[in-house]
Design a protein around this ligand. Structure first.
Ligand SMILES: NC(=O)c1ccc[n+]([C@@H]2O[C@H](COP(=O)([O-])OP(=O)(O)OC[C@H]3O[C@@H](n4cnc5c(N)ncnc54)[C@H](OP(=O)(O)O)[C@@H]3O)[C@@H](O)[C@H]2O)c1
Length: 326
């Protein structure tokens, strides 16, 4: 597993990290045993960067990570998020409420100080007002957190964050079906030494290539109840693309790929071919997926022709289908 430096944190993170939303049972139920297996498999595959949030399963994801890390000789790097808990979102933000929320996360994770605390898609007016960033600076000085970053939905929010002197990393929606950041964000992130963490690398699983129109999702799975954005931002589920359209686009792209190229590997490798990306936090609901995704770090870069094909396909066929803005 290759590693890259995560912006101003200086942390050497695995190119493939683990997204732990699934460990909160938000993609359908994951048993405790399977959750532990997913985490252990990740470490065995060289994954040393984990992404979670206080709200995943109402704290279950953090708790499971905390239990598991107790037994480890060396702790991996764990990033969590703050700002979507009911006590804060949408208008309960204060330094005290943010601090309390982070301290509760630290307790569940079993750490003294959080490696990386990310603002969790806080309302744009809260982000742009800037107070919350000043509180994060204070909380870093106080030792509650070691570094802070932001997870954002829109590229203008991402660009705003890049200008902040202490933001270490940005977590963004980015995949072959959402490519705008390559030109509109990455140069400014690189200039400001802000590490890029990629979420939804497989567009909630669409780009694994395994989904068909009759795919059934558990009623507790966000891909069932949020497929059109009924519960939270539509972009977070299937990348904002209507499910049926997404399946059709995946099939069309598969047909264009050179022989022997698989859409899942191509999707992950395409992201790693962007030098500004530090880590892909691929989500996994079973350990076999972790093994498969980790292997992308060892794949050779895609050819120039394939990069052109993917850029053209995105521009001509995909971009207009994304709902919720970019
Ligand atoms: N606002 C935010 O900050 C925010 C929002 C969303 C996500 N995130 C973070 O980003 C992480 C990644 O995003 P995501 O999980 O939503 O999207 P994703 O990584 O694009 O998709 C994950 C899903 O893809 C499928 N999958 C993964 N690997 C596979 C493989 N090798 N073969 C077949 N299917 C595979 C699984 O679906 P099945 O479960 O159907 O098998 C898995 O649940 C999350 O876990 C979370 O940590 C953050």
């Amino acid at each position: 597993m290759n590693k890259r430096i995560l912006g101003k944190t200086g942390f050497a993170v695995s190119e493939i990290g683990l997204g732990c939303w699934q460990l909160g049972n938000d993609f359908g139920p994951v048993e405790d045993k399977e959750a532990q297996e997913i985490l252990q498999t990740a470490v065995a595959e060289g994954v040393c960067f984990f992404d979670t949030a206080d709200v995943y399963g109402g704290g279950i994801s953090e708790q499971r990570i905390g239990e598991w890390r107790k037994g480890l000789a060396e702790s991996p790097i764990i990033a969590t998020k703050v700002g979507r808990d009911a006590a804060l979102y949408p208008n309960g933000y204060s330094k005290a409420s943010v601090k309390k929320s982070l301290q509760e996360s630290a307790k569940r994770l079993g750490v003294e100080s959080i490696d990386l605390a990310q603002l969790h898609c806080v309302p744009r007016e809260v982000l742009f007002a800037g107070d919350i960033l000043a509180w994060m600076e204070d909380l870093k000085k106080e030792g509650v957190i070691k570094h802070f970053g932001a997870s954002v939905e829109m590229l203008d929010e991402a660009k705003f964050c890049c200008e902040h002197p202490e933001i270490a990393s940005l977590q963004i929606l980015f995949n072959v079906f959402r490519q705008d950041a390559v030109t509109s964000l990455f140069p400014i992130a690189e200039e400001n030494n802000v590490g890029i963490i990629v979420r939804l690398p497989l567009a909630s699983g669409l780009l694994s290539g395994k989904m068909s129109l009759n795919h059934q999702f558990d009623e507790r799975d966000h891909r069932s109840y949020n497929k059109d954005g009924a519960a939270f931002h539509v972009g977070e589920t299937f990348n904002g693309i209507p499910f049926e359209k997404g399946v059709a686009l995946v099939e069309a792209l598969k047909a264009k790929l050179p022989e022997g190229q698989n859409i899942l590997d191509v999707s992950l490798r395409w992201i790693l071919d962007q030098p500004q990306v530090s880590s892909i936090i691929a989500g996994a609901s079973r350990s076999s997926q972790v093994v498969r995704n980790a292997a992308a770090s060892s794949l050779p870069p895609l050819s120039k022709d394939l990069h052109v094909l993917l850029a053209d396909f995105y521009r001509d066929d995909v971009r207009a289908e994304i709902r919720g803005g970019i």
